[in-house]
Design a protein around this ligand. Structure first.
Ligand code: SF4
Length: 733
């Protein structure tokens, strides 16, 4: 008989306040949810949470409206053929069915025939157990996550340059900094509570903000200086800035000599980036470049924020290395109020990286390719030496390639929507159609991905379960369960635990609570750079959110590397001489415009949640492509006209918005509107899956496209609600 001890059957007290977290972005805002025992009656910001001190943006403030909704997946469903409608089955039947199908694929194709695609929106406990089940028991390393689309380049660069993933900084540094550099980050819309803290700091005298972004975003509007560089040229800009700082004697030779290696090689490369060349590559004026360099040179405490605009490029890792180079060369790291600060897109992408839910990682920031690391985890998990395969599995893009070529036969997709969010969607659809088995575990139904599911497993949302998230500043917060999940929905970890049991993998997988899983995860990090061995649910409940490293012996460290010692083999941070390559997708006569993509303030990812909140549909309410007025005029296109955006991958049907914030030659599309809204509505119909060689992160931010008037000149919908789009997908399922 299946256990429901963690599934919400636990008796919950009646009217009360529960501490939980916002499920959206990586800021990680604390929430107090009031419940009458069955419903959430009020949401407010947690005044004591150090990420937000009581503040919430409109998404976080309305999250209660996404819980008890008609689009929740309440029961498991399955079907024997995709020509049939899925029908409800019991949780026990679904578990046995998944176990039988996975066993069959194990016997016919071996472990490499099975893949898992996970999410930065799962709790650390769920991410840990899926990773353990796959790599330790099924023995497949084909475990990757949507963090590959989000943070992979930043993680790869921090590991290479500093010896460990995770930023050296914390939010409290914002209140101490005097200069902020944002590169490829529209934090005003994507990380609004953090950006609000920056704005309050900018109200003080002698504080400065420079924003580097091809678009004049809301973040750029708040800056003292906006550099509208060409997409994919940030690395040249950073090399050019460091060249000027070195020439002006504004580097920190003592810090470089004591705490770094590789400066001579980097310094030898910098003269290739004089201002006139950088100006040409980046499409900015020399005076703006000099002014930016002077602002950085004068900074006593500099924070550089970056996110998708850097990470989602072919040189995302190298550009992130160059950001870190800038901080190492000026000694602006490991001190109050300064440092390179990668902002995380999802609420628990940092936790996922800590548990090793990428195809090349193991728990505690260990690498699969490292024999010692594999042995440590095999011993820790009580498995025979040699159990874990020595090679990294497929990253997200290669995972779907392998599904299309039928090297992979089964995929278990958890808490993410790749049929909308992956680049080059025509290929993703072919891959899912060719799979022998698609298991989709989600809290909502339908999504673009459930259309391909053979088995659907219902998941609890975070307000319905206990567990932990780790935010952008490495702070771990315990979420208390607020209400029970509906029907037979379960915390995500519950499903692999029971499927493992049905496949006779009981030892090492038999957990009864999220707390037990967290204890094992925390112990796996002991002695590692992301040590969290002092933490437990009880500690987090008693002391509140805690930042790592948080070793069992020793104090938590809000700011890392304060002693100038880095967890590399030499103890020194590494400079990397990274050349700018003109490798991003080029415009051609057929595709003369460059497309970049992004988020809007009131929507989240593929809108499975935010489409349910009418108030969030105000403002940017429909799919769109934004274009500079001069480009629109030359193409004879009108504002709000129905258009098609074409690339070599496919076509996207959308609405033109003429927007003076765009640079000429550049168009921009929000990522949120997909097939549920309208046929070919997604920007990912046309985005590229060409990837950064180090991080394997796709270069979503730079695609060559054309825009033409659409013959079926559909009127723009007036407001974005879930109702009309869902009617479309019901026909597909
Ligand atoms: Fe949620 Fe991010 Fe808004 Fe905070 S800033 S309330 S974490 S979406």
């Amino acid at each position: 008989m299946l256990s429901r001890e963690a599934a919400g059957s636990r008796q919950l007290p009646h009217t009360r306040d529960a501490k939980t977290l916002c499920p959206y972005c990586g800021v990680g805002c604390g929430i107090i949810a009031t419940t009458d025992g069955s419903r959430i009656t009020k949401i407010r910001g947690d005044n004591h949470h150090p990420a937000n001190f009581g503040k919430l943006c409109p998404k976080g403030a309305t999250v209660a409206q996404t819980v008890d909704v008609r689009t929740r997946l309440r029961h498991a469903m399955s079907r024997s053929s995709r020509a049939q409608e899925p029908s409800c089955v019991t949780a026990g039947e679904a578990v046995q069915h998944v176990a039988d199908r996975l066993n069959h694929i194990l016997q016919s194709h071996g472990p490499e025939g099975i893949a898992f695609y996970l999410s930065g929106q799962l709790t650390t406990e769920s991410q840990y157990l899926f990773n353990k089940f796959a790599k330790g028991y099924l023995r497949t390393n084909h475990v990757d996550s949507n963090s590959r689309l989000c943070m992979s380049s930043a993680a790869s660069a921090m590991t290479l340059s500093l010896g460990s993933d995770g930023p050296p900084t914390c939010y409290a540094d914002i209140d101490l900094a005097d200069t902020f550099l944002f590169i490829g980050s529209n934090a005003a819309e994507c990380h609004p509570i953090v950006f609000g803290r920056v704005e309050r700091r900018l109200e003080k005298r002698r504080t400065h903000c420079v924003v580097v972004d091809p678009r004049r975003t809301k973040t750029a509007e708040s800056a003292n200086l906006h550099l509208a560089v060409r997409p994919g040229t940030d690395l040249a800009l950073l090399n050019g800035l460091l060249y000027l700082l070195d020439m002006w004697g504004k580097i920190d030779p003592a810090f470089i000599a004591a705490h770094t290696e590789g400066w001579a090689e980097l310094r030898a490369m910098l003269p290739q980036y004089p201002p006139h060349r950088v100006s040409q590559i980046c499409g900015i004026g020399v005076p703006e470049l000099l002014q930016t360099a002077k602002t950085i040179a004068d900074a006593k405490r500099l924070i550089t924020f970056w996110t998708m605009g850097v990470n989602q490029t072919l040189q995302g890792t190298f550009t992130s290395n160059a950001i870190i180079n800038l901080h190492l060369a000026t000694g602006q790291i490991g001190k109050p109020g300064c440092g390179p600060f990668s902002l995380t897109g999802q609420p628990n992408a940092m936790g996922g990286r800590d548990v090793g839910y990428m195809s090349h990682l193991l728990p505690g920031q260990r690498q699969i390719a490292n024999a010692d690391h594999r042995l440590q985890i095999e011993r820790f998990w009580g498995l025979p030496q040699g159990t874990i395969y020595p090679h990294a599995g497929y990253d997200a893009v290669r995972m779907f390639d392998a599904l299309e070529s039928r090297d992979i036969r089964a995929i278990w997709i958890v808490g993410t929507n790749p049929a909308a969010s992956m680049p080059n969607l025509p290929k993703i659809r072919r891959a899912l159609e060719r799979a022998d088995l698609v298991i989709v575990q989600d809290a909502y139904y339908p999504t673009e991905t459930t259309r391909y599911a053979d088995v659907l497993l219902p998941a609890a949302v975070n307000l319905e379960q206990s567990g932990t998230f780790c935010n952008s500043e490495r702070r771990v917060t315990l979420m208390e369960q607020v209400v029970k999940p509906p029907g037979e929905a379960q915390p995500d970890w519950w499903w692999p635990r029971h499927v493992a049991a049905a496949m006779s993998f009981t030892r090492g997988m038999w957990f009864n609570t999220a707390e037990d899983i967290f204890d094992e995860f925390a112990r796996s990090t002991a002695g590692r750079p992301n040590d969290q061995s002092a933490l437990s649910h009880a500690t987090l409940r008693a002391k509140g959110p805690q930042i790592w490293p948080c070793p069992a012996l020793g104090a938590p460290q809000e700011r890392r590397y304060t002693d100038g010692v880095f967890p590399t083999s030499s103890g020194r941070a590494r400079f990397f001489a990274r050349e700018h390559l003109t490798a991003e997708e080029k415009t051609t006569a057929k595709f003369p415009l460059l497309l970049t993509t992004g988020r809007v303030a009131n929507q989240w990812h593929t809108r499975t949640k935010t489409a349910l909140v009418p108030a969030l549909g105000k403002g940017e309410a429909a799919p769109s492509v934004h274009m500079h007025p001069a480009d629109a005029e030359s193409l004879f296109l009108q504002d709000r006209q129905a258009v098609t955006v074409h690339s070599s991958r496919g076509e996207s049907a959308t609405i033109l918005r003429i927007d003076a914030a765009m640079s000429p030659g550049l168009v921009w599309m929000p990522i949120h509107w997909n097939e549920l809204w309208g046929k070919r509505a997604s920007c990912n119909e046309i985005t590229t899956d060409a990837s950064d060689l180090q991080s394997k992160q796709p270069a979503l931010k730079c695609c060559a496209v054309s825009v033409t008037a659409r013959a079926d000149d559909a009127a723009e919908p007036e407001t974005a609600t879930a109702v009309a789009p869902l009617a479309i997908v019901h026909r597909h399922v």
